[in-house]
Design a protein around this ligand. Structure first.
Ligand SMILES: Cc1ncc(COP(=O)(O)O)c(C=O)c1O
Length: 466
């Protein structure tokens, strides 16, 4: 089948991202634009339109206006997802050979930017939920332990990246962590790819605090993941006085296409507008309240949905009955129910902002069917966390090991070697092994064990530096 035909296929129940639910919740403005003569919106950076890093033009004006609405100093739209803007942000906060402190569940785009900029990642361990195999963001007490350890071991760094919320929706209040980091006048970049709508003014709904309100210097939003933007739309916000906007803008220009799509730029604006407009807020409130009620009812009916802080994510605890979430996903796809994030312990559905009529009975029925099916069962949980120290440092530079000559060896023969491989099951895009890591016995055994859960994603042979 040719791609255009494939894209117009009906898929059954869409419980995946983008959050506009295959157009069902797109903003009125975007719908109107798309109903125009096909392609009429496909404009280059004409003087009146401009681009995210142009002086003048409608895009710059729009970014400036929204920076003001969000209480930020600067805003830039992006057309390569949160990925592209995270990478620019990382290049803006550190120089070659400097180190950035970041959590071990950081999205791989941050690590890829470290390769590009010859920056050293200092990965700190996180609380791990063994019943489902998920990391959660650090509490203040946890983060203080990390800082203490860095101080005792005399390890220096120049910036911090935090991820909040996680893909599954776990979130912590980052304000005390950011305040602590600011005591050292260091910038904090927050990957809030999954939490754009936390910045909407709906205080009574008890949503997690947006990193913009928690005082982060740079915040990246994926507008297609957690607002109503089209695929690839994103926004980067700058606030405070630690970072120079010129340096951030230079880094954006470094990685950005010279022809950003005008349609995607318009979609960025429209998605942000929706977070603040009266009708947008009403719709958002509706989505959140409906989702909370759905979870409440499904739990009452015995469907094991785990608790996270993002009401629009439904995290089905498949491993609570010994079913791998990846197998459950295959089973559901065959029945035309398409989830977002299959993992060994869970299957996460994204409700997004579209309405889902009949979802409660569909999910209840499906869960009952899967439990009584002959789908493969295993004896898990518990899941074991990766055997990593509180702070993971690399043995050689990430860039040098990535570019080094390599050979392929069976995982079981890799002990004592330095990895040249970047292994990161996708989704969720969290790295298991980085270039520059020296492989020890304990870690290799853990990786071999993980192959039971991720047979397609963790290879039996890896690249090591020769
Ligand atoms: C935590 C996190 N950050 C960033 C990204 C990248 O987002 P995008 O798809 O908008 O590039 C993802 C994608 O899965 C993610 O989960």
């Amino acid at each position: 089948m040719r791609l255009p035909q494939l894209l117009s296929l009906r898929r059954g129940k869409n419980l995946f991202l983008p959050a506009h639910g295959r157009g069902n919740a797109l903003t009125m403005e975007t719908r109107r634009l798309l109903r125009n003569k096909p392609g009429v919106w496909d404009l280059p950076d004409l003087p009146e339109v401009g681009g995210p890093t142009c002086n003048g033009g409608a895009i710059m004006k729009s970014q400036t206006e929204f920076a003001e609405v969000f209480g930020a100093k600067k805003c830039w739209y992006g057309v390569n997802g949160a990925t592209g803007l995270l990478q620019s942000a990382v290049l803006a906060i550190a120089k070659p050979k400097q180190a950035i402190l970041m959590p071990c569940n950081v999205h791989r785009s941050v690590l890829q930017a470290c390769i590009l900029g010859d920056i050293t990642p200092l990965l700190f361990d996180l609380p791990f939920l063994e019943d489902r195999g998920h990391f959660c963001p650090p509490s203040f007490a946890w983060f203080q332990k990390v800082l203490e350890k860095l101080k005792n071991e005399n390890i220096s760094f120049s910036a911090v990246v935090l991820t909040n919320p996680t893909y599954q929706g776990y979130s912590e209040d980052l304000e005390p962590l950011i305040k602590e980091i600011h005591k050292f006048k260091m910038p904090v970049l927050v990957d809030e790819a999954h939490g754009t709508y936390f910045s909407s003014p709906l205080a009574d709904l008890n949503l997690p605090k947006s990193a913009l309100n928690a005082g982060a210097d740079l915040v990246v939003h994926s507008l297609h993941k957690s607002a109503l933007g089209l695929g690839q739309t994103a926004a980067l916000w700058l606030q405070g006085d630690i970072l120079d906007p010129i340096i951030v803008e230079r880094s954006i220009a470094l990685l950005q296409t010279s022809s950003p799509s005008a349609l995607l730029m318009a979609s960025c604006e429209s998605a942000l507008y929706e977070l603040f407009s009266i009708s947008g807020r009403r719709n958002l409130r509706n989505s959140i309240e409906t989702a909370r009620e759905l979870v409440f009812q499904l739990r009452k009916e015995g469907v094991p949905l785990l608790e996270t802080q993002d009401p629009l994510k439904l995290v089905l605890h498949t491993s609570s009955v010994g079913i791998n979430g990846i197998n459950a996903d295959d089973w559901l796809i065959n029945r035309r129910i398409i989830a977002e994030l299959p993992e060994p312990g869970t299957l996460t559905f994204c409700l997004g902002f579209a309405r889902h009529r009949g979802l409660r009975s569909l999910l209840k029925l499906t869960w009952d069917k899967i439990v009584s099916s002959n789908i493969e069962r295993n004896s898990f949980p518990p899941f074991t966390r990766p055997p990593s120290p509180l702070i993971k440092t690399l043995n050689t530079s990430l860039l040098e090991s990535f570019k080094a000559d390599w050979e392929i060896v069976p995982l079981s023969h890799s002990v004592g070697r330095v990895s040249s491989d970047f292994i990161s099951p996708y989704p969720p895009g969290i790295a298991i092994l980085l270039p520059g890591e020296k492989l020890n016995n304990e870690f290799v055994s853990w990786m071999i064990d993980q192959r039971i859960f991720w047979p397609e994603q963790i290879p039996s042979k890896i690249k090591v530096v020769v």
